[in-house]
Design a protein around this ligand. Sequence first.
Ligand SMILES: Cc1cc2nc3c(=O)[nH]c(=O)nc-3n(C[C@H](O)[C@H](O)[C@H](O)COP(=O)(O)OP(=O)(O)OC[C@H]3O[C@@H](n4cnc5c(N)ncnc54)[C@H](O)[C@@H]3O)c2cc1C
Length: 482
Amino acid sequence: MSESKNKLDIYSLDHLKPEVVAVAFAKCSRSPESFKDIADELTDEKSADFHEKWVVGYGHSSVAEHATLHLAIENVSILATKVLEDNRLASYTEKSTRYQIFDRDKYYKPENIMASKFAVDYETTMNYIFDTYTRLNEPLREFIVKKYPCPEDQNEKIYNVITKARVCDNSRYLLPTATLTNLGMTANAREFEHAIVKLLSHPLQEMQAIGARLKEESLKITPTLIKFANANEYLQKTPTELSTLAQEFLTAEPESVNPVEIVSYDPDAENKLVASLLYRHSEEPHKQIYARVKNMTPEEKEKVIDTALKNRADFDQPLRELENIYYTFDILMDYGAFRDVQRHRMATQLNQKVTVSHGYELPEEIIEAGLDKDFREVMDRSAELYHKLLPEFPNEAQYVVPLAFRKRTLFTWNLRELHHFIALRSGSKGHISYRRIAQACWQKLNDIQPLLAKYIRVNMKGGSDSWASTMFKPEYNYMPKK
Ligand SMILES: Cc1cc2nc3c(=O)[nH]c(=O)nc-3n(C[C@H](O)[C@H](O)[C@H](O)COP(=O)(O)OP(=O)(O)OC[C@H]3O[C@@H](n4cnc5c(N)ncnc54)[C@H](O)[C@@H]3O)c2cc1C
């Protein structure tokens, strides 16, 4: 009897409601009973009472992490998906602009713009953008088929999928951030509460509406845990106050810098990494290990780093010790690339607003296909509308900016995440826009710390090797007409 009590036992509680599961797990902290026995005694009401007392009353928010929700979010703007995905402790899958052609007429119309004198302008320009996007798909397809004919040994179905992706890789630059899309989000109730508070506190009406709907749906699954997710005054007020200060202190025109810059790093990273790698295998305090490492020869240090990283198979992540080394990158990239880079969650990201100020990317294949005039016309017309909206609607103006335009984001990554990001995003199957970013990040790291860069599995092939230095030559620096 006692033997069977001590036997390893693992079982699922997925048949129970998420809030009941959360209580069953939370109670194990004080109860000697098994999870099954605790759960058997629970009713919906008892669970709600428990959450009211402990999570809401005493602020034991971690209990809410055991209640998981899967929410299907449809017909939100691309701009909104990025606000949602800014919540890092969650999982997302989003409709791809690389593998799907987006419908005409499916774009977000901000209520306040539609009630203003800009309503006709907004609809006319958006319809024009979507008409052009739809119209260019066929000539682009013809161009792509000519440029990359179906190899004799290739299955036609696979060829068609690849061809469609090649077409979308070019046409997606035209889509404005108002484009409506779908997103699946899985997260625990604590993270959903956090996301809802941020959305409800956001200056854009769409985000507030998404926050309200998320709350409504979450309440059906976790009626107690999300109950008090409301707009937060601190989150509402502070950005406005900081924006006023930024306008007071930062009055210069933005300088032209490389699109990828390392703005902060630890010059002592090699010593710190070696000390971290030895730490787990010693009983000495870190201070003592670090002092010893500083006296090691370069060969000895390399031996430690090499030992830590050389045995990885293709998909093995490097050891956790690499998380002790941080880099901050300031990156200016088109919004299409940003959408992919942003999805890497082990990072601290600070976003500037979407704007037309930094110009746009013009894909080489659009020029080769002879469609650059149409492309530029879209950029010019959206920039014109953006400037019209800006004084009255500085936040809503972001919706009219196509994905080709560049935006600036500050990323702080640890070295472990840099390994993952650069290897995944420089891969040959990736879109050229984010491949260039990943390649440039590696190049910048290699310039300052080649010993640490050399173990990153970067793919530098693919015609973008010189991009980082040429991007700001006039032929790459497309600005909309004033
Ligand atoms: C070629 C390609 C095509 C893609 N197409 C699409 C697409 O069509 N639609 C789409 O939505 N996305 C798409 N993605 C994005 C992709 O699914 C990831 O969301 C994105 O690359 C983030 O990276 P990551 O999941 O590797 O983890 P990161 O966020 O970079 O995190 C680093 C590591 O931490 C761990 N980790 C992070 N978060 C979690 C978590 N919540 N649970 C468990 N482990 C975690 C994992 O080990 C992960 O590898 C595509 C990516 C590529 C490379």
